[in-house]
Ligand binder design. Structure first.
Ligand SMILES: *Cc1c(COP(=O)(O)O)cnc(C)c1O
Length: 451
C-alpha cells in the first residue's frame, strides 16, 4: 500500500561511533566537548540551555532521518508507518514523509496536524479502540488511507458514514493471543486487554465476515500490535504464523485473498547503556522469510507487509535537558530535584522505567555516587531516574541531560501544577531551531474562560 517505496535508494547516514560506552544510548552525533559539555547535532547542550531555558527537549534531526532510512533498508517493499503517538509535531511529520514513511495516527488531532502540514492522507492509517464520531468524520473527510476497525460496533457505524458511491479501505485489529512487551500496561497482543478482536474466541472472524458484507468497506487485511518495548524477534515470528493462519481461513471461508498484513510496532530500544534493543536490521529479513514460508505452506500469495514503529524511530533521537534546583542528602540517598518531572515525562511513574541522566557543562566533577533524580511535582512518585549515578558533588545550578527522551515523553505530557510544557528544539549541522515553543502561563490562562 501506502508508501511509494523505491528499494535500494536509501542509504543510512554516516555514523560516528560513540566515544564511550556511556554514550551508546545517545544520538550518533553526540560528542563530548571540553569542560564536561556535550554536543548533539553539532550544538553544545549548555548553549541550548542558555538560549532556550530549561527544561528543554531537543531532537537530533539526522538521527530521526537515519532511523527512518534504516527501517526502509531492513524492510524493502514494506510500508513503514511512523506511529505518531510516540511524538508528533509538524517537523516530525515532514521528516517522516521525506524519508518515505507513512503515518499511523490515533485521533482526529494527530490526523489533522499531519494533513494540514502537507502529509498525504492516503499514506495515513487511523487507529483507536474507541474512535469518536469526530475522529471517523475527520478520517473520511480528509481521505485517510486506512481505518483500523477495533470493535464490532464500529463496522456499521463506519459503513453508514461512508458517502454513497465510495469505498473506505479498512483493516481489522486482531488480538493474536501473544504476550509480549516490556510492561503489563503496554501488552496489547493478548485476550485480556482492551485492544483488538480475539482470534481465539472467534470475534475476529465474526467481524471479518461482517466487514466483507459491507459494500462501502474494503478490507485490506488484518492488523496486530503485540505491545511495546519488545526486544526479541520471536513474538513477531509467532504473530506472522497466526496472522497467515487467519488469512488462510478467510480465503477458505469467504474466497477472499486479503492483500495486506500489518504487524504493528513495539520494537524495543535501550534506555540505559547495556540494555537490550530489538535488532531492526535482523528483524526485517527474518520476518520476510517467515512470511514467505508461512504463505507458501498455506498456498497464499505473500501479502504486502506494513509495520508501525514509533519509539524506535524517535526515542533515541531525543534528549531532555533539566536544571538542578535542589539537592538533598538523606540517610543513604541523594535526591537531585530538577525543574521538570512527571508533567514532561510520566514514563517512570507509569511504567517504572529507568534512565541514565548525565551531568553536562561542568568539568572536574567528583566520582559517581548513587542518586535519585526527582521532578518538581507534588507527588512522591515523581521520580525521573531512580537508582542512578551522578557525580557526588552534584549541586543546584548543574545541568542534567536525559538521553532517549524522544518518544512518549512530550506526547504524554500533562498540565500538572501548571508548570507549562517545555519547548522542542531541532538540532542539525551545528544549528538549533525552535519547533515547539514553551507553553506559557498566558497559554494556560487563555483556556480558562469562566469565573
Ligand atoms: C503504539 C502503537 C504503535 C507504536 O508502538 P511503538 O512501541 O512506539 O513502536 C504501533 N501501532 C499501534 C497500533 C500502536 O498502538
Amino acid at each position: 500500500m501506502v508508501t511509494p517505496l523505491v528499494p535500494g535508494t536509501a542509504h543510512p547516514a554516516p555514523r560516528t561511533p560513540p566515544r564511550d560506552a556511556a554514550l551508546s544510548v545517545w544520538p550518533a552525533s553526540a560528542v563530548p566537548l571540553a569542560d564536561g559539555d556535550l554536543a548533539v547535532g553539532g550544538v553544545p547542550l549548555t548553549e541550548l540551555a542558555d538560549r532556550f531555558g530549561t527544561p528543554v527537549y531537543l531532537l537530533d534531526e539526522a538521527e530521526v532521518r537515519a532511523r527512518c532510512r534504516a527501517y526502509r533498508e531492513a524492510f524493502p517493499g514494506a510500508a513503514v508507518l511512523y506511529a505518531a503517538k510516540a511524538f508528533l509535531c509538524r517537523a516530525m511529520a515532514h521528516w517522516a514523509e521525506e524519508e518515505g514513511l507513512g503515518l499511523d495516527v490515533c485521533s482526529a488531532g494527530e490526523l489533522e496536524l499531519a494533513v494540514t502540514t502537507g502529509f498525504p492522507p492516503e499514506h495515513i492509517v487511523l487507529h483507536g479502540n474507541a474512535k469518536s464520531p469526530y475522529d471517523l468524520q475527520a478520517a473520511l473527510r480528509l481521505g485517510v488511507g486506512r481505518i483500523v476497525i477495533d470493535s464490532p460496533s464500529e463496522i456499521a457505524r463506519l459503513a453508514v458514514a461512508v458517502p454513497e458511491g465510495s469505498r473506505q479501505k479498512v483493516m481489522v485489529r486482531v488480538a493474536p493471543g501473544i504476550a509480549a512487551g516490556g510492561h503489563a500496561k503496554v501488552r496489547t497482543g493478548t485476550d485480556d486487554q482492551k485492544f483488538g478482536l480475539s482470534l481465539t474466541d472467534g470475534s475476529a472472524h465474526h467481524a471479518i465476515a461482517r466487514i466483507l458484507d459491507q459494500p462501502r468497506l474494503e478490507l485490506a487485511g488484518p492488523h496486530c500490535h503485540l505491545g511495546s518495548q519488545i526486544t526479541s524477534a520471536k513474538p513477531y515470528l509467532a504473530a506472522v504464523r497466526r496472522m497467515v493462519g487467519l488469512l488462510a481461513r478467510v480465503r477458505d471461508q469467504h474466497g477472499v485473498t486479503l492483500p495486506e498484513l500489518d504487524l504493528g510496532g513495539g520494537h524495543g530500544i535501550a534506555y540505559r547503556p547495556g540494555e537490550p534493543a530489538l535488532d531492526i536490521a535482523a528483524l526485517g529479513p527474518r520476518l520476510r522469510a517467515e512470511l514467505a514460508d508461512s504463505c507458501a505452506a498455506a498456498g497464499l500469495p505473500v501479502p504486502r507487509l506494513i509495520i508501525e514503529p514509533g519509539r524506535a524511530v524517535v526515542g533515541p533521537a531525543g534528549v531532555a535537558l533539566y536544571r538542578v534546583l535542589a539537592v538533598k542528602r538523606t540517610g543513604h540517598r541523594t535526591f537531585v530535584a530538577v525543574d521538570g518531572g512527571m508533567s514532561d515525562n510520566p514514563r517512570p511513574a507509569l511504567y517504572g522505567v529507568r534512565y541514565a541522566p548525565r551531568l553536562v557543562g561542568r568539568a572536574g566533577a567528583a566520582p559517581l555516587a548513587p542518586a535519585t533524580v526527582a521532578g518538581r511535582h507534588c507527588e512522591a512518585g515523581d521520580v525521573l531516574a531512580g537508582e542512578t549515578e551522578l557525580p557526588g558533588d552534584i549541586r543546584p545550578g548543574d545541568l542534567l541531560a536525559v538521553p532517549v527522551a524522544g518518544a512518549y515523553h512530550l506526547s504524554m505530557a500533562s498540565g500538572y501544577n501548571l508548570v507549562g510544557r517545555p519547548p522542542v528544539v531541532a538540532v542539525a549541522d551545528g544549528r538549533a531551531r525552535l519547533l515547539i515553543r514553551r507553553e506559557s502561563l498566558d497559554d494556560i490562562r487563555r483556556r480558562d474562560v469562566g469565573l
